[in-house]
Design a protein around this ligand. Sequence first.
Ligand code: PLP
Length: 276
Amino acid sequence: MRVLGILGAGLVDPETPVVTADDLGFTRGDGCFEGCRVIDGAVDKLEAHIARMHRSANAVDLEFDEPGWRAVIDEALAAWSPRLEGSMRWFLSRGRPGGVPTGIVTIGELPAAFAAQRRDGVRAITLSRGTAYDAYADAPWLLGGVKTISYAVNMAAQREAVRRGADDVIFVSVDGRVLEAPTSALVWTVGEAMRTTPPGPTGILASTTQERLFARAAENGWRPSYAEGTVADLDAADAVFLVSTVRGPVDVVELDGRPRPRDIDLVRTVQKLAGF
Ligand code: PLP
């Protein structure tokens, strides 16, 4: 991490300790966050991230001070080299018991693995999420579709993938429908059809990258839609992508140990449509 900003206080030395031991974000995972791509000195699809942070903060009953956030985001951007692609994060935690929320903005370099994964794709395994496909219907307290900072399960799933010799995970419901990845949306293509799991009752996060990809794909002759899918549908697809803001679309080259055929032109087309 190279740049560190504090909501309401501005930039500080990146080594500064900024969270106390009793911060509820730390002790309870109580808060929300955003992950953004910094490119050419700006935040890519800034408004989509602001809108989602608003929704997440509302869902966990925290105030999102939009002018304050925009100010500290701008300050952080000004401290980052415009020539360098970066990974920006915004964290909003409940703060200390009885205190005010903590807001943090960071910018750092991209994880080292991303360049190779964009180029060569990823090996994925499917893992059960342990819930029904529509487990989040009418249960807002489960925080489906909310980007909370409680990512321990997502990180555990990715470690399980590494233990099994893979790179990433596709979560599957107990009734056999594909959902999303721990830090990405899932998109698959069949001819000109481009599909993804619907947010809402499934509890998956609405992906800003997938939304942009679908909007641009529709303008370019594709037929994007929200659809239910099974692992068999992924096996039969022309291409399967894990799609997220900083890494972009990366294609799945092996699923549960089964190699997938790879159409490089198709991969590059989808990456380009998403802005990569
Ligand atoms: N699903 C989950 C669980 C994520 O953490 C992310 C990453 O932010 C995504 C999907 C992809 O969302 P986006 O494309 O907005 O980065």
